[in-house]
Design a protein around this ligand. Structure first.
Ligand code: CA
Length: 277
């Protein structure tokens, strides 16, 4: 479910407007957004974009319906070529990949994804009718994060997806996180610091969610843009600095702003350990 806000860009200072282009936009807005005449904000949601690569229509439909019902955005492909086209246009958060596909196999795609810098970290779950031990080994060696043997129940599939996302992309799950009295609840979009409600904007919320689920790691502005804004979004790197400033301001009332560290020459880091002055 997406809530879309569109603002016509009056000011010429927006030379490269932030453009979240989303499937749920009516065609006119899609067009205008591509032309750069609209600034479109998609409200944050913990749903993920999941690519389903499956050549059996009935199974593809069953998976897609279940994923949509769970609030995910679903991209569908019947073969590797279609999947590659979709991935070029938008990097999915997770790929469900059938092993036996017409033409190139799912295993071939899994291997290709792992060597490409852009797709290297996208979680992959292989789907297959094969249950043999060697196939599981091949799949995992090709870089798959998990392996589901057909037939599987939708419940099992959803549980596996959640487990893989929790491991590989925890900022996409809706688990409540608490660090040193700072409590972030993705379900209710609430943030509290030592029990005090903190006012925070949607982008800062997503940024903080990403930081809190990846503590002690330094991220460059480019990496933060890819991870928090999405890799098909065109935003200038200094936009990150603006949102970091706003984030620190939002965390000031409970003094949690000290957790957001600037790492000179590299970027930013969330550190749970409060540095002693
Ligand atoms: Ca198949």
């Amino acid at each position: 479910m997406y809530f879309i806000l569109c603002h016509a860009l009056g000011a010429p200072r927006f030379t490269r407007p932030r453009c979240h282009i989303h499937d749920t936009l009516p065609p006119y807005y899609m067009h205008v957004a591509r032309e750069g005449a609209l600034k479109i904000k998609v409200a944050p949601t913990m749903s993920s974009t999941i690519l389903v690569v499956e050549d059996e229509p009935a199974i593809q439909e069953l998976i897609a319906v279940n994923l949509s019902f769970a609030g995910h955005k679903v991209l569908r492909a019947f073969d590797v070529a279609q999947a590659e086209t979709l991935i070029r246009a938008e990097l999915p958060d997770l790929i469900l990949l059938d092993w036996m596909l017409p033409g190139a196999s799912g295993l071939t795609l899994a291997r290709k994804l792992r060597v490409d810098e852009r797709t290297r970290l996208v979680p992959v779950i292989m789907l297959t009718a094969k249950g043999a031990e060697q196939d599981k080994v091949d799949g995992l060696e090709a870089g798959a994060d998990d392996y589901i043997t057909k037939p599987f129940s939708p419940k099992e599939l959803m549980a596996r997806i959640k487990a893989v996302l929790r491991r590989r992309a925890p900022q996409l799950t809706d688990d409540l996180i608490e660090v040193e009295g700072l409590k972030l609840d993705p379900t209710s979009h609430r943030l509290t610091g030592n029990g005090q409600q903190l006012a925070i904007g949607p982008t800062e919320f997503r940024l903080l969610h990403f930081f809190m689920t990846h503590p002690e790691r330094v991220f460059s502005r480019g990496q933060l843009l890819d991870q928090v804004w999405g890799d098909h979004v065109f935003v200038e790197e200094r936009t990150v600095d603006v949102h970091i400033r706003r984030l620190r301001k939002a965390l000031e009332p409970s003094k949690h702003d000290v957790h957001i560290e600037t790492v000179r020459g590299s970027g930013y880091r969330f550190t749970p350990l409060i540095p002693k002055a």
